[in-house]
Ligand binder design. Structure first.
Ligand code: GLY
Ligand code: MN
Length: 458
């Protein structure tokens, strides 16, 4: 058992986070072994997979941006640090090339995992310092009949090798993500445990943020509050930069400036999520922090809520995101025609995509838009997590009565596909107007007991 700090939590250095036998919180070394076995079974015979860790991106010459590991590298190795390259084959098992020890870097950044951690903690079959890769990897590449690598994270340390270039010329090199996504798509029971916890933290944090929103009606402060509440509950970071769009900013789908004060009568749309030990949450709620829904806001909110609920009901094995999307488009089209925002066939084909340019949802897991190589028309299976996020986004310049202009509404939930149907992982978050109104009028905007509220809204 390694008692030294290896640059990331272990069950010895951080017993509050990991049980014995776990490599990362909630995921055992047996599970990591079984992931590698599954990947090797999926790959053609005599394949070699090269999986690079993510690179550190620099803000200035000496100041790095916060580091986030490549999801495939983390999924296969459990190593949360930059600088390594993992190689997997039927012949060698997992071989990890670990960053060379550099006393200067240790002085500035602290200890990092090396060869001993690769063998002892990550249970690699072989491990070498990175400077030996030039001597070892070309021969492994030469023996392989096919070569796979995580193209988006590729590192020159191996792509510049003569042997790798030759393999490209011989058409032996392919993207690995098609195969890793295949395994990552269906979550194991321990992954689902982490997904549930991540969703629960995000729900509690957003509930707290909503409940104080009338006392701090400022986009950036609501973003800060959400992040604080997530981290106080154990999340490591945000899943993505929170979207806190008030008024017309709510119709900018990935709005990230978050620099406006929220005006009386405006809705605010918060699309947020956190990361818990590599697993992400993603949910959206829209509400009027300073006041109540106007009749135009309520009309549109009601359409989006009905679409959200009907689409959630469709979630079950055998149905695809594409089918749910098509259903949502039909429902939204009809609703927007009834409200009078779309009129004849010409205005529908011209303007529908302006009012609703997004897909109904996406897969969710270690990445926000998880397993992006898996098509949306693939029938869903038990253990897949998706989002359902219908929205309507009416630009301020849209040709419509004033009362509708500049309204942006999205209601997003996370849905786990189960054997018999689905489970809404974000089901504790209020979305009915009457529940939102009672939350907003609950007390004086001070922090609330989330347990009481969850019980009240479930
Ligand atoms: N919530 C971010 C997205 O789905 O794109
Ligand atoms: Mn989403």
């Amino acid at each position: 058992m390694n008692h030294f700090d290896i640059g990331q939590p272990t069950s010895v250095t951080h017993p509050q986070l990991l049980k014995e036998g776990e490599i990362t919180p909630g995921i055992t070394s047996d599970e990591y072994l079984s992931r590698r076995k599954k990947l090797l079974e999926l790959l053609p015979e005599r394949s070699l997979a090269i999986i690079a860790s993510a690179s550190v991106k620099m803000m200035t010459d000496v100041v790095p941006y916060p580091f986030r590991q490549d999801a495939d590298y983390l999924y296969i190795t459990g190593c949360q640090q930059p600088g390594g390259i993992a190689v997997l084959s039927g012949e060698c098992g997992l071989c990890m090339f670990m960053p060379d020890p550099n006393p200067q870097e240790v002085t500035w950044q602290g200890p990092i995992a090396g060869v001993n951690a690769a063998l002892g903690t990550f249970k690699a079959d072989k491990a070498f310092p990175l400077h030996r890769m030039d001597a070892i990897l070309p021969e492994m590449i030469g023996r392989a009949s096919k070569l796979f690598h995580n193209v988006k994270t590729a590192l020159p340390a191996y792509t510049d090798m003569e042997a790798f270039r030759r393999a490209i010329c011989n058409d032996k090199v392919k993207d690995l993500s098609r195969y890793t996504h295949e395994i990552r798509w269906i979550k194991s029971p321990s992954e689902l445990n982490l997904m549930r916890q991540s969703a629960s933290i995000a729900c509690q944090a957003l509930l707290q943020t909503m409940s104080i929103s009338k006392t701090i009606p400022d986009e950036n402060m609501l973003s800060a509050r959400f992040e604080y509440e997530c981290k106080m509950r154990g999340a490591q970071r945000m899943a993505f930069n929170p979207v806190v769009g008030s008024g017309a900013n709510g119709s900018v789908i990935h709005y990230s400036r978050n620099d406006k004060k929220i005006k009386a009568g405006d809705l605010v749309l918060m699309d947020v999520g956190c990361e818990l030990h590599g697993y992400l949450s993603d949910l959206t709620r829209t509400w009027p922090p300073c006041g109540s829904f106007s009749s135009a806001q309520e009309e549109l909110y009601d359409l989006i809520l009905r679409t959200n609920k009907d689409c959630v009901k469709l979630c079950k094995p055998g149905v695809s995101i594409q089918q749910i999307h098509n259903y949502s488009v039909e429902m939204l089209r009809r609703g927007l025609i009834e409200i009078g925002l779309l009129k004849d066939d010409r205005s529908i084909s011209l303007h529908y995509h302006q009012l609703n340019p997004t897909a109904i949802g996406h897969y969710l897991g270690m990445d926000v838009h998880d397993c992006s190589t898996i098509r949306n028309d693939r029938p869903l299976e038990q253990g897949v997590v998706i989002t359902i996020e219908p929205g309507v986004y009416i630009p301020s310049s849209f040709d419509a009565p004033d009362r509708y202009r500049g309204i942006g509404i999205r209601i997003e939930d996370e849905v786990l596909i189960t054997e018999s149907g689905h489970e809404v992982l974000t089901g504790s978050m209020p979305k009915e107007i009457q529940h939102i109104n009672s939350l907003l009028s609950y007390g004086d905007g001070s922090v609330v007991d989330t347990h009481d509220l969850r019980t009240a809204f479930s």
